[in-house]
Write a protein that binds this ligand. Structure first.
Ligand code: NAP
Length: 247
């Protein structure tokens, strides 16, 4: 049995790799030996430069997942065997006033695009008869309800479900499908929460670790889930949350 954490010789695609958690994951996968395609609706040149400066290999790919089918032709013939579905957006509003636009925009990027990007990835892998790994970025709101983020909560519960069904269908074909559920991480996604003194204090008070997470705190689990060491891990939604769910 291999317990290697090395990603040497593997090619990974990370969505939303220009900033935040996606950028930290792209850097960590490259440090573990993978060649990384850094995909974003904006240029990922900063991430690519950081990877290259550290001696790794990476390229930037423009991929706007507001079109959930945008990745349909991205994988054929490119040799990717690792996919991290990280791109995501959040829209906040009281459920009683929530708009169809805020519902559809979040569901399209966070759930529909995640599914169809993964489908395109797996079609190529299965056609090649190769194994691989998919890591979906879920959320505490894959388990809990949250407040004023109905489409985000629905999408992230969906991410947990999609992770499990794809694991059921593909585990025996050598594709590991798992998810990471980050706790409260200091990124653009949580800027509004961190700037709200009441919500910020309430969140901090519940985190056993006593502080918000950094994007780098998520990256090690992503490397593990992409690596041979996670060979028998299928359909898991792993919290990386400073202990939040233990409270
Ligand atoms: P972030 O800094 O806002 O990063 C989100 C990433 O997704 C950015 O690269 C963003 O690109 C990209 N993205 C958004 N819409 C896209 C589109 N249409 N096409 C392609 N890329 C798109 O926030 P983050 O916290 O790192 O979020 C990363 C993932 O972690 C998300 O799935 C989020 O839901 C999840 N998450 C975050 C936390 C947290 O506490 N931060 C907790 C749980 C889960 P732009 O830079 O162009 O916007």
């Amino acid at each position: 049995m291999s317990t290697s954490f090395s990603l040497s010789g593997r090619k990974a695609l990370v969505t939303g790799a220009n900033t935040g958690i996606g950028q930290a994951i792209a850097l960590a996968l490259a440090a573990a030996g993978a060649e990384v395609t850094c995909a974003g609706r904006r240029s990922c040149s900063e991430t690519v430069a950081a990877i290259e400066a550290a001696g790794g290999r990476a390229t930037s790919l423009t991929l706007d997942l507001a079109d959930p089918m945008a990745a349909r032709d991205v994988f054929a013939g490119t040799g990717h065997s690792l996919l991290v579905n990280n791109a995501g957006i959040i829209r906040r509003g009281d459920s009683v006033d929530f708009t169809e636009d805020d519902w559809d925009a979040v569901m399209d990027v966070n759930l529909k695009a995640l599914f169809f990007t993964t489908q395109a990835f797996a079609r190529d892998l299965l056609a090649r008869g190769e194994g691989g790994a998919v890591v979906n970025i879920a959320s505490m709101l894959s388990f809990q309800g949250g407040i004023r983020v109905p489409s985000y909560t629905a999408a992230k519960h969906g991410v947990a479900g999609i992770t499990k069904i794809l694991a059921n269908e593909w585990a025996a074909k050598g594709i590991n499908v798992n998810a990471i559920a980050p706790g409260y991480i200091a990124t653009n996604n949580t800027k509004a929460l961190r700037e709200d003194p009441d919500r910020s204090a309430a969140i901090l008070d519940r985190i056993p670790a006593g502080h918000w997470g950094a994007p780098e705190d998520i990256a090690g689990t992503a490397v593990f889930l992409c690596s041979p060491a996670a060979r028998y891990v299928h359909g898991a939604v792993i919290p990386v949350d400073g202990g939040w769910l233990a409270r």
